[in-house]
Design a protein around this ligand. Structure first.
Ligand SMILES: C[S@@+](CC[C@H](N)C(=O)[O-])C[C@H]1O[C@@H](n2cnc3c(N)ncnc32)[C@H](O)[C@@H]1O
Length: 345
């Protein structure tokens, strides 16, 4: 007997593959987990499409209280229908793990997911960094989202921000509210009114909407009912820029200002520019007998070499680049503290 996780897909029962329908029809009992995602379907429509009764699972049955389901699968073929791709919600892999530990056979039928469908924006699915969820107000502050935006930007990667929902209380974030929450957090280095943002609403549904603009402009744009996600692009390939313009109606002004620079790049460039300015106008003071002008020149030569190393490593190895420019800064500071040169940062 088998416990089968069956993906419904992104939209409704019509997204189920033939394999998903066959697997569902082969089950003795079918459950539907419909609380991690908003779908344009319900247990009755699923049941009609499959031709078998479908019972909706309350949240606890899968999370805290899963063993009875696993025990049931010891004696019968049990199918659990899940929105999107079955394994993109973190809870479901735990169920497979627990079943495997108890010697119960499992199977997964894969399906379409928001995680890959966002490629319709034109942003390459290979260039997304860590995905993050913006919690509903009152649950948690948006700190993790802002930290993830910074982290992904550091590597030039796009960030997919899923928007929390509470199916039981019929509450779901919208793009407008999500943007406002991120702007109100007042961390402009992570997210500000000029940040290029893509709003995606009801992707895969008949009335889907995709719109890209600056955060400030997009916050005033109504994209209709949830489900919504938000994407903050990282570095753009020119094909991606073209796609945002054409497929997501992005105005040129929002694209022109888009130059995502990470924290490490900012520091490397700031230290490097400061050191170069200092060595160009360096004022060598009266030197003690033990130090010659050649000694000072040799050290400033090292500074220049470290700065060159910083530039060389900046694209691929930012930590090494920052260490190099920090050495350069350190040598100049040491020369000044010894009273051998005079300058101001
Ligand atoms: C926890 S994720 C579940 C992902 C799902 N298992 C999948 O594979 O697509 C649910 C979140 O994904 C986003 N989402 C799901 N379907 C969407 C759609 N069709 N259009 C836009 N956003 C969607 C919403 O932010 C929603 O709150």
């Amino acid at each position: 007997m088998t416990l089968t996780l069956i993906s419904i897909g992104l939209t409704d029962h019509n997204d189920m593959s033939r394999r998903a329908l066959q697997a569902a029809r082969g089950c003795d009992t079918l459950y539907a987990e419909l609380y991690t995602m908003i779908l344009d379907t319900d247990p009755r429509s699923l049941s009609e499409a499959i031709g078998k009764p479908v019972q909706e699972l309350p949240r606890g049955r899968l999370e805290e209280d899963s063993p009875p389901l696993i025990e049931e699968a010891r004696h019968a073929n049990i199918g659990i229908l899940v929105g999107g791709d079955a394994l993109t919600a973190t809870t479901h892999i735990s169920l497979l793990l627990e079943a495997a530990k108890k010697g119960v056979k499992t199977r997964v039928i894969h399906g379409s997911s928001i995680l890959t469908a966002v490629a319709e924006t034109g942003l390459s699915p290979y260039k997304f960094g860590r995905t993050v969820t913006l919690p509903l107000p009152g649950k948690a502050p948006p700190d993790t989202v802002l930290a993830t935006l910074r982290e992904n930007r550091e590597h030039g990667l796009h960030t997919l921000v899923l928007l929390d929902l509470d199916i039981v209380n019929r509450e779901a974030h919208t793009i407008n509210r999500a943007i406002r929450i991120l702007l109100d957090a007042d961390q402009p280095e992570s997210y500000n009114g000029d940040t290029l943002t893509v709003g995606v609403a009801r992707l895969g549904w008949e009335d889907q909407e995709i719109k890209a603009d600056s955060a400030e402009n997009l916050a005033g744009h109504d994209l209709g009912d949830p489900p919504h996600v938000l994407i903050v692009p990282g570095r753009l390939h020119f094909h991606e820029t073209e796609a945002l313009r054409t497929l997501a109606g992005c105005p040129d002004e929002a694209l022109e200002g888009h130059e995502p620079v990470g924290e490490l790049d900012t520091l490397i460039e700031k230290y490097s520019a400061g050191c170069r300015r200092v060595i160009e106008g360096l004022d060598v003071r009266d030197l003690p007998k033990s130090v010659t002008l050649e000694d000072v020149k040799a050290l400033t030569g090292h500074v220049a070499n470290y700065l060159d190393d910083g530039e060389y490593y900046q694209a691929e190895r930012k930590a090494t680049a920052l260490a190099s420019v920090s050495y350069a800064e350190g040598i100049l500071d040491a020369l000044r503290l010894l009273g051998l040169v005079e300058f101001e940062w």
